[in-house]
Design a protein around this ligand. Structure first.
Ligand SMILES: *Cc1c(COP(=O)(O)O)cnc(C)c1O
Length: 393
């Protein structure tokens, strides 16, 4: 059998410390390696495999689309793109859609749109306030938006026009606001930065401040959107409406797609100001439509709320049993467990050996982002493996 790790070190750029597992097949919440060993997948492709692996509804949609039309230039109308745009608008508070290919691209588009809005409506304001501990992507502008030094330090000079301020502090946003500010960009819950849940009033107060100043509120729902938090979009749980929202991860069930949605007043692009060769192609949009339609028609957000609650309850029991668990937090199926010591790396390895995939969030924390279609049985299975692994710690 080919030694894939050796091939990787020979041919692939060393951008990630991979885990010793080559996945060759997936179905539902499970994946298999070359030897046929089965794993319960609580990483879900980093919150991407919303309907699990190779969901029949998605596989059917892309199989049909791939025989009909894969790509055409965006100078022509295509059916899947417009159907998905309509479905997104009809099920959100936003009015217009543009598709890209990833989360970073969606945020780049949001940044451009906010700057264009600033030029047109805010006397040339261009600055965007973002929060410390956030994650907005890996392109230069989104790295500048990402308030984490570890992602920024190797790539100076970064594009200017971003201010990173304390998360969960309306005061910090207020003090950073100037005549140059055109927008505030935040994740409703910080995902990559630690599953950091803000105080209940935070988003509403930020919304009120943006209204008072006439600046835009951009919500990065790339990780929290499409049912992940137990509502179709996270903003619904906080009683606010963004002016601009970005989506990606869970939208295509694994087919690359990103989306930017805007209220009519903020959708100020005119022809020539933005575009994409691949963005919104029929294949990606067919996957997005199949995913979103299934999520909506089957009340997946409601099920996520229930099963996510069950998972958090089970983890809270483990916390009582193992005092070195210092925190269990999350909403829906975006959940983190934090430990007293830096045991996340060996814990991830031990779980892997026992057939459970979990994500290391920090040296002392792990994250669960399983497919949204899991049931209590899969949660019990995962909790059982975690219990046995923690028992040995
Ligand atoms: C993953 C993520 C991104 C970046 O998405 P890519 O598809 O990796 O470019 C941006 N924002 C948030 C909140 C994310 O979780």
């Amino acid at each position: 059998m080919t030694d894939w790790p050796v091939l990787e070190s020979q041919y692939f750029m060393h951008v990630v410390e991979r885990l010793p597992l080559t996945i060759v097949r997936g179905k539902g919440a499970r994946v298999w390696d070359e030897d046929g060993k089965e794993y319960l997948d609580f990483v879900g492709g980093w919150a991407v495999n919303s309907l699990g692996h190779c969901h029949p509804a998605v596989t059917k949609a892309i199989t049909e689309q791939v025989q009909l039309l894969i790509h055409t230039s965006n100078q022509f109308y295509t059916v899947p793109q417009l159907r998905l745009a309509q479905l997104l608008v009809e099920n959100s508070c936003l009015d217009k859609v543009f598709f890209g290919n990833s989360g970073a691209e969606a945020n780049e588009a949001a940044i451009k749109l906010a700057r264009r809005y600033g030029q047109l409506k805010l006397d040339g304001a261009y600055e965007i306030i973002t929060t410390l501990g956030s994650f907005h992507g890996r392109t230069l502008a989104t790295v500048a938006a990402t308030g984490q030094e570890k992602f920024q330090k190797s790539f100076s000079p970064l594009p200017t026009g971003f201010v990173n301020v304390k998360y969960n502090s309306v005061g910090a946003i207020k003090s950073a606001t100037s005549k140059h500010t055109c927008a505030v960009m935040i994740e409703p819950v910080q995902g990559e930065g630690g599953v950091n849940i803000p105080d209940n009033g935070y988003l509403a107060e930020v919304r009120a401040w943006c209204d008072q100043k006439g600046i835009l509120l951009i919500l990065d729902e790339i990780q929290t959107g499409i049912g992940r938090m137990g509502s179709l979009f996270a903003y619904e749980q906080y009683g606010v409406e963004p002016d601009i929202m970005t989506l990606a991860k869970g939208l295509g069930s694994g087919v690359a797609i990103g989306a930017i949605l805007a209220k009519d007043k903020a959708a100020v692009f005119v022809p020539g100001e933005h575009g994409s060769t691949f963005g919104g192609n029929p294949l990606a949009c067919a996957a997005g439509y199949a995913t979103l339609k299934f999520v909506i028609d089957n009340d997946i957000p409601g099920k996520v709320k229930a099963v996510g609650g069950y998972l958090i309850q089970g983890l809270a029991k483990l916390k009582t049993k193992f005092p070195f668990i210092t925190d269990v937090r999350g909403r829906g199926l975006l959940v983190a467990v934090e430990f007293k010591d830096d045991i996340a790396a060996p814990l991830v390895m031990d779980c892997l050996k026992k057939g459970l995939l979990v994500n290391q969030l920090k040296p002392n924390a792990v994250r669960f982002m399983p497919p949204l279609i899991i049931g209590n049985g899969e949660v019990d299975e995962a909790l059982g493996i975690l219990d046995s692994v923690l028992l040995a710690k």
